[in-house]
Design a protein around this ligand. Structure first.
Ligand SMILES: NC(=O)c1ccc[n+]([C@@H]2O[C@H](COP(=O)([O-])OP(=O)(O)OC[C@H]3O[C@@H](n4cnc5c(N)ncnc54)[C@H](OP(=O)(O)O)[C@@H]3O)[C@@H](O)[C@H]2O)c1
Length: 242
């Protein structure tokens, strides 16, 4: 999001010997920022080969260390960033991905997004039934979650406990990825859990190095042509969404 920090990061990468790296500002909660990125990519490259989604550190840090204070506002903001932000970026860049001969989307998910955290069986089944599930129904379910959350009854209604908005947002993003994979068989759309990684989000408390975490994500992006789509990968291995 930050021009100065982004440019500094690119300089650092270039000093490591990778010359072909550029920075472009993006705030996934800002529609005009998304449109500027899409325009830039279209003008400069005319296509997009791989989209990695999944940057939400602030939200998760807040929830991990002040989870007891997860409020209606932070829950709402969390869904806006983690689910709706990702969805908007994806939709804005879909035409460019379809212009690629082998377009790929990797949604950086989390084991916190697994359906096993949902204790309402009906809800769990609905989120897992991607043949019937639609984007509109996902919107309804997220609105229902927020309503239950506001009324203080989310856990009682079978939504995940602890970091609930983060888990719900990641589960919704997983479901949306599967819907998208079905709708666009010409693309590879997958979800990937990087593992527990030492980054800002975990306040460096993770087990894996950032390089190891990144490898778990890029390995999914670089699967052979015609490989799996609509799947979930945990630390590089295909696994269940449940
Ligand atoms: N680390 C783990 O153990 C772990 C485990 C499971 C899943 N994940 C997932 O991995 C992904 C990346 O996390 P990370 O570990 O790499 O954390 P990180 O080092 O803290 O990075 C998070 C990034 O998200 C960006 N971001 C936050 N809000 C944004 C917005 N509105 N628009 C654009 N960018 C935004 C931040 O950009 P700024 O620099 O502008 O702040 C930052 O670069 C997340 O989706 C997370 O859920 C991480």
């Amino acid at each position: 999001r930050n021009e100065t920090r982004g440019t500094a990061a690119v300089e650092q990468i270039k000093r490591l010997g990778h010359a072909d790296v550029i920075f472009h500002q993006l705030d996934i909660t800002d529609a005009s920022s998304i449109a500027r990125l899409a325009d830039f990519l279209k003008t400069r490259f005319g296509k997009l080969d791989i989209l990695f989604n999944g940057m939400d550190a602030g939200q998760r840090i807040n929830w991990m260390w002040t989870s007891c204070r997860q409020t209606y506002e932070t829950a709402k903001q969390g869904l806006q960033t983690n689910y709706y932000g990702t969805k908007r970026v994806t939709e804005a860049l879909l035409p460019l991905l379809r212009s690629s001969s082998d377009g790929r989307i990797v949604n950086v998910s989390s084991n916190f997004g697994l359906l096993s955290f949902f204790r309402n069986e009906e809800l769990k089944q609905e989120l897992n039934d991607v043949d019937s599930l639609t984007g509109e129904r996902l919107d309804e379910l997220l609105a229902m979650f927020l309503k239950d959350f506001e009324a203080g009854g989310a856990e009682a209604r079978g939504w995940p406990a602890e970091f609930s908005a983060y888990k719900v947002a990641k589960a919704a993003m997983n479901a949306y990825s599967r819907i998208l994979a079905k709708r666009h068989p010409e693309l590879r759309v997958n979800c990937a859990h990087p593992g527990y990684v030492k980054t800002d989000i975990t306040r460096n408390s993770g087990i894996l190095t950032p390089e190891e975490g990144a490898r778990n994500i890029t390995s999914v992006a670089l699967l052979p042509e015609g490989g799996p789509t609509g799947k979930y990968f945990s630390e590089g291995e295909e696994a269940s969404f449940v």
